[in-house]
Design a binder for this molecule. Structure first.
Ligand code: TYD
Length: 221
């Protein structure tokens, strides 16, 4: 019973693409540009985000990112990210993939591996165990990692928080050492799975980054 539900998630007629990168890398802008590009070419595209993406997920997101919530324990944080993801997989992502759509997700389990795993020091094995429960074997077809250096990330996140307020800054407010571990974690994941990851230098202009993503995904979507 358990084994068959875990196997369920692995096949579907859609295409599941995730966007990853440090805070301020530009992945949200690039996700929207790719969605527009694919729609212009006749594809049905569903955009979603982690944490968030559903009503329940948005309520969880508020708890996770509120800088006033300093008491959240690392394991609580880990479980809340996966609680949001389980709801998103069930309510949005899997139905869209089953219907043959392209699903673009702003962050997914790779974020948890690097932020809670590398950043908070939680074991990768625990993260992957929760992934199996929350996502039931669902894996991205490809993952776009927009890579920027630590300094660029911290500066962009700071400017954005000054402009839009601090209501979602709990993780952004972590130390430079935390964010450095996050970047190293991403690069390690990408080199461990080169067939899934597409690594793009995020310091190029918005148009250039968008073109590189389109080219890299040409044969996969
Ligand atoms: P996001 O909205 O993508 O923020 P940004 O636009 O700054 O990149 O993600 C919110 C924050 O949550 C971000 O700092 C990364 C963090 N996060 C985790 O720590 N673990 C996770 O599993 C996910 C999905 C996000």
């Amino acid at each position: 019973m358990l084994a068959s539900s875990a196997a369920q998630g692995t096949t579907h007629p859609g295409c599941f693409l995730t966007f990853e990168g440090m805070d301020g890398c530009g992945k949200t802008t690039q996700l929207r540009l790719l969605a527009q590009y694919l729609r212009e070419r006749g594809r049905t595209v569903v955009e979603t985000v982690e944490p968030g993406g559903t009503d329940i997920g948005r309520q969880i997101r508020r708890i996770l990112l509120d800088p006033a919530n300093t008491a959240i324990h690392a394991r609580t944080e880990l479980l809340l990210y996966f609680a949001s993801r389980a709801q998103n997989v069930e309510e949005v992502i899997r139905p869209a993939l089953d219907a043959g759509s392209v699903v673009l997700c702003d962050r997914f389990t790779d974020s948890t591996l690097v932020y809670q795993g590398c950043g908070r020091g939680l074991a990768a094995g625990s993260v992957l165990e929760l992934d199996r429960i929350a996502c039931e074997g669902l894996r991205p077809s490809a993952t776009v990692l927009i890579d920027i250096d630590l300094e660029t990330s911290l500066n962009r996140a700071k400017r954005r928080n000054e402009k839009y307020g601090q209501s979602e800054s709990r993780i952004d407010d972590e130390s430079a050492a935390f964010h450095d571990e996050v970047r190293k974690g991403y690069l390690a994941l990408a080199s461990a799975e080169p067939e899934r990851f597409i690594v793009i230098d995020g310091r190029a202009g918005i148009g250039d980054v968008a073109r590189r993503i389109q080219e890299a995904l040409h044969d996969r979507v």
